[in-house]
Ligand binder design. Structure first.
Ligand SMILES: Nc1ncnc2c1ncn2[C@@H]1O[C@H](COP(=O)(O)OP(=O)(O)OP(=O)(O)O)[C@@H](O)[C@H]1O
Ligand SMILES: [Mg+2]
Length: 324
């Protein structure tokens, strides 16, 4: 495996491969000099599966360019970059070992954490939509979201869209998909079919699909190709706390008509309210300080603990401490 020497003369020694995508592979590497000596990073290096195709290197460089400019706690952080001896570019990001997909499978996320994840990602989408020109991630799905003890981070900006003029709006030719088909949106289908530029609302829809999967355990979008209409399965009834409100919020994020969908800036305060309610309910009587009285909340927590739960809601933990 290549040793990466960045433009800042920092050496990153590869430890193991993290995975490979269409245009790049990701390697876990150790910084052996400089201010971050001894820290593990994830290095993404340009290496298309087949010989370089038109637009692929541009797509790779667009990812670095966008990430270099984005500073938000829920967006993957780029620390360094460089070029290998054979002229392949690479960039160095924070190492994020656990994806949301893995966290969802192992059943370790509780109710408050699920709301927290949606809230943090809405904050990231709000940030991206305020960039000038706005940025659309286009590939929000559980394998591109990372989870680390209470924080979540949006990564893999390989399909990012930012309208910087003729060059940047071109679609990479030669096999890079315009979307992950299980996370297609009405706007991405339109982009694929007639080239209409995707708005930030497309990311809200994709996050709505991920959020629905988080709470119900199932992606509501049936399988289909990039030109198939987007029609969602209706949401089930769950014993999850606050389910009628959460269900309404999820439906708001996945309205098919672009204009009817609330932007991240308007959804964020709604999820913040949900988070505060759920976090307050979660606090156990044992952990409340003396003199703190919240009998109504306590009663609700007890009855919820006793109520039957379904699917992914079964591991909810109302006994641990408040998160904020
Ligand atoms: N910052 C990171 N820290 C640790 N692993 C990462 C990081 N970024 C990406 N990876 C891992 O490297 C692999 C390739 O990442 P890449 O961004 O190229 O995704 P990808 O090929 O598009 O995969 P997918 O289609 O599943 O999104 C994935 O397994 C991903 O989980
Ligand atoms: Mg990915």
């Amino acid at each position: 495996m290549d040793v990466f020497v960045s433009w800042r003369d920092i050496t990153y020694v590869p430890i193991r491969r993290a995975g490979a995508g269409g245009i790049g592979k990701v390697v876990v590497a150790l910084a052996t000099n400089g201010p971050n000596k001894g820290v593990l990073f994830a290095v993404k290096v340009f290496s298309p599966r087949s010989s370089e195709k038109s637009g692929w290197k541009q797509a790779f460089m667009r990812e670095v360019h966008v990430l270099r400019d984005c500073h938000h706690p829920a967006i993957v952080r780029v620390f360094d970059e460089g070029i290998l001896g054979d002229s392949r570019p690479f960039f160095v990001m924070e190492y994020l070992p656990v994806t949301l997909s893995e966290a969802m499978k192992d059943g370790s996320l509780d109710h408050v954490e699920r709301i927290n994840i949606v809230m943090q990602l809405l904050s990231a989408l709000d940030y991206l939509s305020r960039r000038d020109p706005y940025i659309v991630h286009r590939d929000i799905k559980p394998t591109n979201i990372f989870w680390k003890a209470g924080s979540c981070v949006l990564g893999d900006f390989g399909l990012v869209f930012q309208d910087l003029g003729a060059v940047a709006t071109d679609q990479p030719k030669g096999g890079i998909p315009a979307m992950a088909q299980r996370y297609r949106t009405p706007e991405l289908v339109e982009f694929h079919v007639n080239g209409k530029k995707p708005p930030p609302a497309s990311d809200v829809f994709q996050l709505g699909l991920v959020a629905t999967e988080l709470f119900t355990g199932k992606n509501p979008l049936p399988h289909g190709g990039p030109t198939n209409a987007v029609t969602l399965d209706s949401l089930p009834d769950l014993a999850t706390p606050d389910w009628p409100i959460i269900k309404a919020r999820l439906n708001e994020m996945t309205v098919v008509e672009t204009e009817a969908r609330l932007p991240a800036s308007r959804l964020l305060p709604l999820w913040l309210d949900l988070y505060r309610t759920a976090a307050a309910r979660r606090q156990s009587p044992r952990q409340r300080g003396p003199g703190t009285h919240a009998p109504a909340v306590h009663a609700a927590a007890v009855s919820l603990r006793q109520s039957p739960t379904q699917g992914p809601t079964s591991n909810e933990d109302f006994g641990s401490g408040i998160m904020d």
